[in-house]
Ligand binder design. Sequence first.
Ligand code: PEP
Ligand code: MG
Length: 325
Amino acid sequence: RVEKLKELKDLPAVTTDGRQSMLAANIGTPNDVEGALKNGAEGIGLFRTEFLYMNRNDFPTEEEQFEAYKYVAEKMNGKPVTIRTLDIGGDKKLPYLNMPEEMNPFLGYRAIRLCLDEKEMFKTQLRALLRASAYGNILIMYPMISSVVEVRKANEILNEVKGELDQKGIKYDKNIKVGIMVEIPSAAVTADLLAKEVDFFSIGTNDLCQYTLAVDRMNERIKDYYKPFNPAILRLIKNVIDASHKEGIFTAMCGEMAGDPLTTVILLGLGLDEFSMSASSIPNIKNIIRNVSYEKAKEFTEMVLNMSTPDEIEEASRKILYDII
Ligand code: PEP
Ligand code: MG
């Protein structure tokens, strides 16, 4: 069975009736690229950049960041590499950055909120990203967007950096795509508005579940409430994908749900364009997609969207998965 999955490496993730999805990998350091390629990733759907900032006493330099981003872009050899700007805060703190104690860190000063405040730090990262974009196919992604307002503010800073690079004659990809994580319910609900401002969406189901269901994603005691199969989550995902397609942009998913075999048929049926996951999950998910038709997935999804409980939906998903593979 492992052998069979290995043979899948160079085959496309295409349904029996010809709908192709893109399967990408999530990575946390440049060293992870090797595993991504070995498992047949067609791109990097989420490159978390926190590693550059953590476990040290000062900000990473532009040069350090540039080298890391360029390395990944070059190794991926023209395949898309979606790099997420700094998502610090919440449980992740930086000793060299003044981050006050908060009552609710996950609802606090973090990610894009912090970057919009720490403008020089943000500009350094954006400059490194833009410079690296001359060496491959880089996409920029902002985390923890709650409304159009932060997108516009972040893009204003991005344009400022582009202008500075232009003045100095420094190369970068002038058509670089800019997208957002959809991981806050307000963003998922207003996806139609956001779709007009960005080039792509990537649904972060880890935080989307946490915030929509009001369930701390680390709290073992309430883990039974943390259900990606909750109808509320499925409706939000549907809303995001539909809104993106109406504007002609694509939707990826980079939360854990994208690599969960039980959810593959539903996500396919909802029209998800890209699944990004730990590299080791790719062969398994590809195997499922290659053994089901898009028509059947859509039919199944329509059916489960009418169900009222996470358990019913999970049970139905288990059944259909069993039928497929
Ligand atoms: C998410 O929230 O789903 C996500 C992919 O981001 P992270 O797990 O880094 O918060
Ligand atoms: Mg997140």
